[in-house]
Write a new protein. Sequence first.
Length: 173
Amino acid sequence: MSTQHKVLRRSESFLSELASHTDALLHGRVYEQYAAICYRKEAERDDAEVLVVTSRESGRWVVPKGWPIKGKKPHEVAAIEAYEEAGVRGKVKKKPFGYFTYLKQLADGNRVPCIVGLHLLEVDQMLQDFPERGQRRVEWVSFIEAANRVREPELKGLLIEAERKIRKARAKK
């Protein structure tokens, strides 16, 4: 089976799973989280790279994300999560780049719909010691590779869109 076919099957599976929670998405409680697309532009490389991490529970590839923090703005939460989960710091955009939905598995086994506000974060510092070090895998990959690894179709599209935006901004310089 080709890689593209596998990615398509995973997306279809995810969408059918999400569809089974349509009533909750439209009428029930929807939870909000904030995330960061952490990227770096190396001088010797033409393309930017994006950081992906594994979730602690399932080990699937995701971007750093977390729950709201009292007294913190969404972009600040995204930056905090990037530091805690991957040990990166940088300049985070205040305005959300986009949104995606997914089903969060809670500790009690229930799955709840989440809408995630996504912020771009240009990494300028990588730390060796950070709160969740050793609890997750952290890798720098191409945006295409990141889109292939994540499960959520909307996030896949946003990763590709982010690469275009970053490349376009770089071309203007």
